[in-house]
Design a protein around this ligand. Structure first.
Ligand code: C5J
Length: 219
């Protein structure tokens, strides 16, 4: 069984019961003109995670590993958007028109996954209205149907959607491995602490590894 080098200790990852989960690598977060930039952030910090994730995605596909993508966004009428998300100062532009279409709205260009990581046939895309990928989605059902026990997690942002999803998954009994160069934050401090929080106290929420170790493990 492949073993991946990780902190706080190496972990077995059986290809057949492991899924690569790529979280919210959407144009709205990663490229200028979307949600991330509207919040006042430097989106280039997130773009840096795309190439390492592309290498991981290729390795996972070559190994025959199950791949799942998620997207954060809302129905065009915003009926699935919690009122607080619409009214909190700083986020009131959800649903407004930007250069990539209506911000965080399904069907708009900004809502799409960046072309470099575009899903292919057989890779489910989970549309989620929240930060965590299990909340109000069928992700649990999709993973259970495939007998998945371990999640290798990439995506953005580390402290928001990645952390929310890893915590939800950990509570549901999944082993989670976050790949440090395949996740990103708009805030360097959140990136550092976010990774430490996952592995603290003997893998409180899971493990942290990197793209090279993943590729070596499944090669
Ligand atoms: C944020 C996300 N950062 N997908 N969403 O609001 O991490």
């Amino acid at each position: 069984m492949p073993k991946i080098t990780a902190v706080p200790f190496p972990l077995d990852i059986e290809v057949g019961s492991t899924a690569l989960v790529i979280i919210d690598m959407q144009q709205d977060f990663v490229l200028p003109g979307g949600f991330g930039e509207a919040l006042g952030n430097d989106t280039s910090l997130l773009l840096a995670a795309v190439e390492p994730t592309a290498r991981v995605l290729t390795a996972a596909r070559n190994a025959g590993m199950f791949v799942v993508h998620t997207r954060e966004g809302h129905r065009p009428d915003l009926s699935d958007c919690p009122p607080a998300k619409l009214t909190r100062v700083g986020q009131t532009f959800i649903g407004e028109k930007g250069p990539m279409g209506r911000i965080l709205v399904r069907g708009e260009k900004g809502h799409e996954i960046v072309p470099r990581l575009a899903p292919i046939a057989g890779e489910p895309v989970i549309d989620k209205p929240g930060k965590g990928a299990f909340h109000a989605t069928d992700l649990g059902q999709v993973l259970a149907t495939r007998g998945i026990k371990t999640l290798v997690v990439c995506g953005v942002t580390l402290e928001v959607a990645v952390h929310s999803t890893v915590r939800e998954a950990n509570d549901r009994g999944y082993e989670c491995v976050v790949l440090r160069d395949c996740v990103a934050s708009y805030f360097p401090e959140f990136y550092r602490v976010g990774l430490d929080m996952i592995t603290a106290q003997g893998a409180l929420f899971g493990w942290v590894s990197d793209s090279e170790s993943f590729v070596d493990a499944v090669d």
